[in-house]
Ligand binder design. Structure first.
Ligand SMILES: *Cc1c(COP(=O)(O)O)cnc(C)c1O
Length: 242
């Protein structure tokens, strides 16, 4: 299968999931996760119609993004989806249109200051660890609906992040645990969607975006309200082991 054929198949699955869940196709944006893949593969996907790309490492993005942008007619949108160390934040701001992985107040403050210095506002998502897996980054949000301690700590963090002038909080992101049956990821996606609702109500804000769903589970994520799905292997093929 070529990248173009893969992309077409993913688009069809997205359309099917939208249909099943009564959603409009334009509510869901496909991010082609190009990490570990060379610029040529990105350009192939771009020529097949992909307009959003996701990268998870700053160094890799710094070398890849300028090469791709120089070879295409209109630059695609680049999404930082991986953990960012705050000392690397300065390298992220000029390269990416959106950061999906803001997971500490310190990092949010750094992005805000850097964006203000460059005279812009950066769109960000707050990464939430709703599954409770220890290996995952993100704000602790496991059992947020029933655990008052978790909830009040989270609410207080979010309140402070929302006050930062250089970032626009567009919504939430999560990574589901790796499971054999995608149905097992559904409760995690549903929890993120209801957390979004609760935060919107608590702070009288609009959080339009939910970034959730990867190769193994994006149709389920769409059924639960994803507005961004981050799909790598289904488009570019299996990654070589790092
Ligand atoms: C790698 C990655 C993806 C894509 O994973 P696939 O299984 O290849 O679709 C999505 N989100 C994040 C944060 C990633 O690091």
């Amino acid at each position: 299968m070529t990248i173009s054929e893969n992309l077409q198949a993913v688009r069809q699955h997205i359309a099917d999931a939208c249909k099943r869940s009564g959603r409009q196709l334009d509510e869901v944006t496909l991010i082609a996760v190009s990490k570990t893949n060379p610029p040529e593969a990105v350009i192939e996907a771009y020529n097949a119609g992909a307009q959003h790309f996701g990268e998870n490492r700053v160094e890799e993005a710094e070398s890849k993004i300028p090469i791709v942008n120089a070879q295409v007619s209109a630059s695609p949108a680049w999404h930082m989806i991986g953990h960012v160390q705050s000392r690397k934040a300065k390298d992220v701001v000029p390269l990416f249109q959106m950061v999906h992985s803001v997971d500490t107040l310190k990092l949010a403050q750094k992005f805000s200051t850097l964006s203000m210095e460059q005279g812009r506002q950066l769109d960000v998502l707050l990464e939430m660890n709703v599954s409770g897996e220890e290996a995952k980054h993100g704000y602790v949000a496991v059992n947020w609906a029933t655990d008052e301690t978790v909830k009040s700590a989270l609410w207080s963090e979010v309140e402070q992040v929302l006050m930062l002038p250089g970032i626009r909080v567009r919504g939430l992101m999560t990574m589901a645990p790796i499971v054999a049956d995608p149905e097992d990821a559904r409760p995690v996606f549903a929890s993120l969607a209801s957390l979004r609702q609760a935060l919107q109500a608590a702070f009288s804000i609009s959080l339009p975006d939910l970034s959730m769903g990867m190769t193994d589970d994006y149709p389920v994520a769409i059924e639960e309200g994803a507005t961004f799905v981050r799909v790598g292997r289904a488009i570019f093929g299996e990654r070589a082991n790092k």
